[in-house]
Design a protein around this ligand. Structure first.
Ligand code: ARG
Ligand code: GLU
Length: 724
């Protein structure tokens, strides 16, 4: 009986391994086409990715290096998330004209605003270059020699690959370094802001609703990609013209219903699906809880200040959101790993792996030590990984003043009394960066956060990592709050006037002397010294051994579980994931439907609230049920939906497509219960969240009054056969 249960468990794990995946577009025909068609896809693999002919791939770009965007018109109109365009829109906003808050639509091409620094990267083609990249690499080579051989091979690949002068070549490792792929790309740098709904819609639900279903956020914004007159990437110029992509996505007015095929095409950032039980335990039971506990404290403190003072709220809202985003994800991840028994599943999988080795002498000789050694190394690295996260969270991520000291370090330590030119040449940039920093810096907030961070560091880490020093300093000062007060009160880099006076009236030697002795800089320098001496070397010693064994483990799994298709972990390269639009049951007796609508927005509406307020115009449209062609057959306006697409950070802004390759939505999040999917994807509960294309169009047209943009789009309706 026990054996049978184990077998069933293993079968279900192997099955779930093949149901998930972030697949390589160039391998779809070989690996996925059949399955995709059985799920409902009406296109061929070649329609989705082709190195030679126009294909859907030509409509997909990496947006701003961290998100995904897609072409939705023949004239370079780009759709991405609101939270992806947020930084750029913020840059373009002023107090008098706050485009973020009010929402904005350029009234014509000439009024589209250059979004400085924003890029759009398209993939021309990709190619398996494993054989060349691994030339001269042997099994018993040391890791360092191996890497330098690979680096040499890659360098020569890059220089010998034929490319146009506006193209770039990139080579990246896949399957933990067992395979290598080359990407030919082109990156556009003239990207202009076209429009976005007001934040109250684009960020509706903000941090409370983040990572949660049911969701009601209109998370989208639009940009336009500009090219030179030959349609190639070029720096910003007023003579540039809208980019003409080889493909753009038609937009469906039909949406998707439960059970319909969907796929998401984009640039997922990082996953770790092939860790051992011990590796998952390290993240889920050691690192996640520590990081969550640290951020709990800093977030509570920031929130307290933000609620008291609207000016502080404006200054800290973006910082708060980004700290809260990962905090909430880790919390969901550690709970999900536990609830859905990730460790037990890994254990059963490893037992099956070992059982198969034992039945095959060649495998056994080669790999019998793999898992025991990997387990041991994850145990060995645990205290150092924890120390690393403690250091980076308390001393860098969650307080501002030590982080600023760290940022200034390069400059400060470039001072040379015999030759001051390097130091002075950097001064302009430093001043600009510091002015930027001071704009949103509130010393009283940071002081409270710093006190909490130093306390966590002093009380929870080891003496030899700097805890003893911090404890001693706190004792001397009369407690952690007093210590933080002393540091911030006496620091030149925490005080705009003092800093301005210093850099505008003192000699380089005096500036150097002052900063070198600045209490915040000194403390950071001291703690970073411990980190560099006690923690980093250990990580640098153990991590490469883990990487080596993970690489071997990956190769071994691919051999031992021949019947399974393995996808490579996400690495910010172009991937396709597919599945079905589908609700789920998060708990016993509870069933989540697959779609939300505007009535649901109004259920959550709280007048005046900073997360759940909405503009009057939206309320009016809702009251009048004035949804035009965007309504469902039963008169509702769909807002968001969920599906079984396997996505991760970086997939924000990725198009959700139907079986015909029409846009039905825009990926922007995952459900709370399934945030563990980076380590343990479970098709029963992991869902991606998409904003419905009809809500996007409604907001552009009916709400935003920018219906003229629809003229350049291709809207499709009625193509889909309705099932009963
Ligand atoms: N959770 C989504 C993602 O990981 C959305 C983040 C932006 N929204 C927010 N409230 N912080 O990026
Ligand atoms: N919001 C995430 C992003 O910015 C996508 C959600 C996820 O992590 O799956 O990429």
């Amino acid at each position: 009986m026990k054996k049978l249960l184990l077998l069933l468990l293993i079968l279900s794990i192997i099955e779930s391994v093949s149901a998930q995946g972030m697949w390589l577009p160039s391998l779809l025909e070989k690996q996925n086409e059949k399955e995709m068609k059985s799920l409902g896809l009406k296109l061929s693999a070649d329609d989705i990715y082709s190195p030679a002919n126009p294909s859907i791939k030509d409509a997909i770009c990496q947006f701003a290096g961290i998100c995904t965007g897609e072409m939705i018109s023949p004239e370079g109109l780009l759709l991405t998330n609101h939270h992806c365009g947020f930084g750029a829109i913020q840059q373009l906003s002023t107090l008098e004209s706050n485009l973020l808050e009010s929402g904005h639509w350029a009234k014509d091409r000439a009024s589209e605003l250059p979004a400085e620094g924003v890029t759009a990267m398209f993939v021309t083609r990709m190619e398996d270059v494993t054989i060349v990249a691994l030339q001269g690499v042997t099994e018993n080579m040391g890791e360092r020699d191996r890497q330098s051989q690979i680096d040499k091979n890659i360098a020569s690949l890059r220089s010998t690959t034929k490319k146009e002068k506006w193209e770039d070549v990139e080579v990246r490792p896949f399957y933990n370094g067992n395979q290598y792929y080359l990407f030919l790309t082109q990156t556009f740098k003239d990207v202009r802001f076209v429009g976005a709904p007001p934040s109250s819609i684009g960020k509706f639900g903000a941090d409370t609703d983040n990572w949660v279903w049911p969701r009601h956020t209109g998370d989208f914004s639009m940009f336009r990609v500009y090219a030179d007159k030959d349609n190639h990437p070029a720096p910003y110029s007023k003579d540039n013209v809208p980019y003409r992509p080889r493909h753009f996505l038609p937009i469906s007015l039909d949406g998707a219903e439960e059970g319909d095929f969907t796929m998401v095409y984009g640039f997922p950032g990082a996953t770790n699906e092939y860790l051992t039980e011990e590796g998952v335990r390290l993240t889920g039971e050691v690192l996640d809880p520590a990081r969550v506990a640290i951020r709990d404290r800093s977030l509570k403190i920031m929130d307290g200040f933000m609620r008291k003072d609207p000016a502080v709220k404006i200054a800290y809202v973006s910082r708060y959101a980004s700290i809260a985003n990962a905090w909430k994800k880790w919390l969901g991840e550690m709970q999900g790993l536990k609830t859905y028994k990730a460790l037990e599943k890994k254990r059963a999988y490893e037992a099956e792996f070992t059982r198969r080795l034992e039945q095959n002498p060649a495998w056994y000789t080669r790999w019998k030590n793999l898992l025991p050694r990997l387990r041991q190394l994850h145990k060995d690295i645990e205290p150092y990984a924890l120390a690393r996260d403690y250091y980076s969270e308390t001393c860098l991520r969650n307080n501002e003043i030590l982080a600023t000291a760290a940022n200034l370090n390069n400059w400060i330590s470039s001072y040379d009394p015999k030759n001051e030119t390097v130091f002075t040449s950097k001064l302009m940039n430093v001043r600009a960066a510091m002015e930027d920093f001071f704009k949103d810096y509130r010393p009283e907030v940071d002081e409270a956060v710093l006190a909490a961070m130093l306390e966590m560091f002093g009380e929870n880490t080891k003496p030899e990592w700097g805890a003893k020093d911090v404890q001693g300093m706190a004792e001397q000062a009369g407690g952690y709050p007093a210590l933080a007060k002393q540091i911030i009160g006496n620091s030149t880099i925490a005080n705009r006037d003092k800093f301005r006076a210093l850099v505008s009236s003192k000699t380089p030697a005096e500036i150097y002397e002052t900063l070198k002795n600045d209490p915040a800089y000194k403390l950071w320098d001291q703690l970073q010294g411990y980190y560099a001496a006690q923690v980093q070397p250990k990580i640098q010693e153990i991590q490469p051994q883990i990487n080596l064994l993970q690489r071997q483990y990956m190769a071994a799994q691919m051999e031992v579980f021949k019947e399974t298709r393995f996808f490579p972990d996400a690495n910010s390269t172009l991937r396709l994931t597919y599945g079905k639009v589908r609700g789920f049951s998060p708990r016993d007796a509870l069933q989540y439907e697959y779609q939300t609508d505007l009535d649901g927005v109004m259920e959550k509406y709280i007048p005046g609230d900073y997360e759940f307020d909405v503009p009057q115009k939206l309320i009016d449209l809702w009251k009048a049920k004035d949804y035009g062609q965007y309504a469902t057959a039963d008169g509702r306006l769909p807002v968001a939906c969920i599906g079984t697409n396997h996505t991760t950070g970086g997939n924000s802004g990725s198009p959700a497509l139907d079986a015909n390759g029409n846009l039905i939505g825009l990926n922007f999040d995952r459900v709370w219960e399934g945030t563990m999917s980076d380590l343990n994807y479970d098709p029963a509960i992991c869902r991606n969240i998409m904003v419905d294309a009809r809500y996007v169009l409604f907001l552009v047209d009916k709400f935003g009054g920018a219906g003229y943009l629809l003229n350049e789009m291709k809207l499709v309706k009625g193509k889909k056969k309705r099932k009963k």
